[in-house]
Design a binder for this molecule. Structure first.
Ligand code: SAM
Length: 274
């Protein structure tokens, strides 16, 4: 019989944030696959669990996926954990999960802590619709594209950020988005847990030298929504927005004309004259 892969969420700071089910699964599996075995060993020692560990991180994902699939096919049950929070969310996991699905191996999530969900619910910012974009890319062009995506998203946006990159990120956000409302959630579930609220400019002042783990929650662009979502976009930005959503050129031109309440030939002329 095939084994099962359990994706087990672990605490993001406070060790009490692990579920009874997660503890039972960690006790019952044959093997634990961990992002950093030394890190996970500390949690297992705290829980008084002794289990064989195998490392599974970004740099050995392909190789270790084959090894783990082989073990699952032999009938072993495996728990996948990352250093903190939910595996697969800005953490390794995707490769082994896809491989299991391809091989008909059951993948079972064991829910628990995730920094972005907890930052969002404590932020006080609209939770009805949101987009989680992980870490902003460092590559200049890709970063600009993501920043424009945030500018045009008419929903709350969640980012992860490292403290030493926070200042540069807030400056970039201010340049592209203007002075939007933001909440910085820091050290969630830990001793120095803190929520810093304000406009991007205010946050630039309030967060100098800030340390620890950080999530940024960015409010949607209310002004644009209440007024006219598309008036703020250039025609090119408007075009790119639909292109990213997978629309073809003809459809995009129609959509832009409708959004702006103008004749579609006008829009067509603009794009062929370029
Ligand atoms: N898998 C994790 C999860 O479920 O949230 C995320 C892993 S990602 C490599 C690490 C990033 O998550 C950190 O740089 C920070 O942005 C965020 N993070 C993790 N723990 C956090 C905490 N206790 N407080 C605030 N942010 C946290």
């Amino acid at each position: 019989m095939l084994g099962k892969l359990y994706i087990v969420a672990t605490p993001i700071g406070n060790l009490e944030d692990i579920t009874l089910r997660a503890i039972r699964v960690l006790k019952e599996v044959d093997l634990i696959s961990a992002e950093d075995t030394r890190h996970t060993l500390k949690l297992l020692n705290h829980l008084k669990i002794s289990k064989p560990l195998i490392s599974y991180h970004r740099h050995n994902e392909a190789l270790k996926t084959d090894i783990l699939i082989h073990k699952l096919q032999e009938g072993q049950n495996i728990a996948l954990v990352s250093d903190a929070g939910t595996p697969g969310i800005c953490d390794p996991g995707e490769e082994i999960i896809k491989a299991c699905i391809d091989c008909g191996i059951k993948v079972i999530p064991i829910p628990g802590a995730c920094a972005m969900v907890n930052a969002l619910i404590a932020s006080g910012i609209d939770t009805k619709e949101f987009a989680f974009l992980g870490f902003l890319p460092l590559h200049k062009k890709l970063r600009k594209e993501k920043l424009l995506e945030i500018k045009n998203a008419n929903k709350t946006v969640i980012l992860y950020e490292a403290p030493h990159k926070l200042n540069a990120t807030l400056k970039d956000l201010k340049e592209i988005l203007g002075n939007r409302q933001v909440v910085l959630a820091r050290e969630i579930t830990k001793i120095h847990e803190e929520y810093i609220r304000g406009t991007i400019s205010e946050l630039l002042d309030k967060t100098e030298g800030v340390k620890g783990e950080i999530v940024l929650i960015i409010e949607k662009n209310k002004v644009v929504l209440e007024d006219n979502l598309f008036k703020e976009l250039s025609l090119d930005e408007h075009y790119k927005m639909y292109e990213k959503q997978g629309f073809e050129k003809k459809e995009i031109i129609k959509k832009i004309a409708k959004d702006r309440n103008v004749n579609k030939n006008q829009i067509y002329q603009y794009f062929i004259s370029k």
